[in-house]
Design a protein around this ligand. Sequence first.
Ligand code: 5AD
Ligand code: SF4
Length: 461
Amino acid sequence: MNLCENINAIALVKKKISDKNLRYYVMTFGCQQNEADSEKIRGLCEEMGYIGADKPDDASLIIINTCAIRHHAEEKALSYVGTLKHLKEENPALIIGIGGCMSAEPSTVKKIKTSFRYVSFTFEPAKIHMLPTLVYQTLNTLHQREYLTIDDECPPIREDLPTVRLSGHRAWVSIMYGCNNFCSYCIVPYVRGRERSRASSEVLRECRELIEQGYKEITLLGQNVNSYRSDMDFADLLDAIASIDGEFWLRFMTSHPKDVPDKLIEVMARHRDKICPAFHLPLQSGSDRILRLMNRTYDRARYLSIVDKLRHAIPDIAITTDIIVAFPSETEEDFQGTLDVVERVGYDKVFPFIYSPREGTRAAKMPMDIPDATKADRMARLIAKINEGALACNDEYLDKTVRVLVDSDSREGKGHYLARTNTGKLVRIFTDGESPVGQFLNVKIQKTTPFDMFGAVMKEG
Ligand code: 5AD
Ligand code: SF4
């Protein structure tokens, strides 16, 4: 059955399930953009009258928000879908829907349709607003095993979707969707479509409301936030948000090294009380030849010059990156180029990935010519280099007093909490008394590892 948005589905579902106390569960895989999308999915579930469940076993509606960035991410999501089969057998009225990037891949949708027949529908990231229509139609056709698809073209950005945030102090705010860059390995432009920016007035309204509600940290999200364009560019938007009164931290991700203008660096330096001195600048490779094959449109010299500018303007800035190992045809010399950049930059954190071919991308047509043993060996050497750099960065904090935002309880037990510095460092703290979750504290760093730090809480005042 093909659907288009022609019914007031939220009200219809609400009527249909009223007084039944039905629950929903959302499982999220992948990046922060998916986390933000799941907040909208939760918002719609609650508008329809479903109540949040703590586990899928208690739910009548399960939505899985999937990631397609690497083969492994897809496998993980599908194996999770597999674990839900028995729930559907026990409760034939259970509705299982799959959203996220995998739902925008025709071959994956075909596989879901044929191999996971207990899944009722899929919906692409740009079509989250159709969820109530899909749920309503499923409630009406539950016993016909009819698979639903959506007819709408990629719609304009929807500003009217409700949001249920899991955190009361950290908030994601999407400022743009999609990507125009077509890096040759990447599936994102195919599954999330072309770049679309939200109106600056809408972004500013949302940020003001969050700060009024007491949120302490806002992270602006987009596949490539520097390409944000409305009546203002990204630097102006950041400037405007950082000018809102209140004590809060402002972060953003992700940036493409092709466009990091001086103006952006100047805005970050000027608002350094609010804009976190942290920059995620994906390198992908330290070899110019591989960067060209990846269609990244910068070379290592340009990349390193941006790092220098950032460090000059904001000396304590934390620089983090993504790196792909074993891209097709990567030689030992190319790989040495990557190790060399990692050593020169001394990253605070690196997310390393082994290249994974994605159907439909340009790189997927390049020969897979690197043996698995070489891939594993390069990954191990890269991780060793990353850890050296990360420990050196963290050691800079020893005996210093830094401000942290307390994020959550830690599994270590009562009084133990996880917090982060404005540079994004994970700090483990202990304090008795009232929970400090959601508050800023000053802590003195007493011990560091490449991955975290231990801090003693300082008395305020
Ligand atoms: N294989 C491996 N890593 C990938 N990434 C994106 N596509 C692929 C792929 N096909 C990595 C990039 C990107 C991060 C989000 O995921 O490093 O920056
Ligand atoms: Fe993918 Fe490149 Fe776009 Fe990032 S910039 S989402 S790596 S295509």
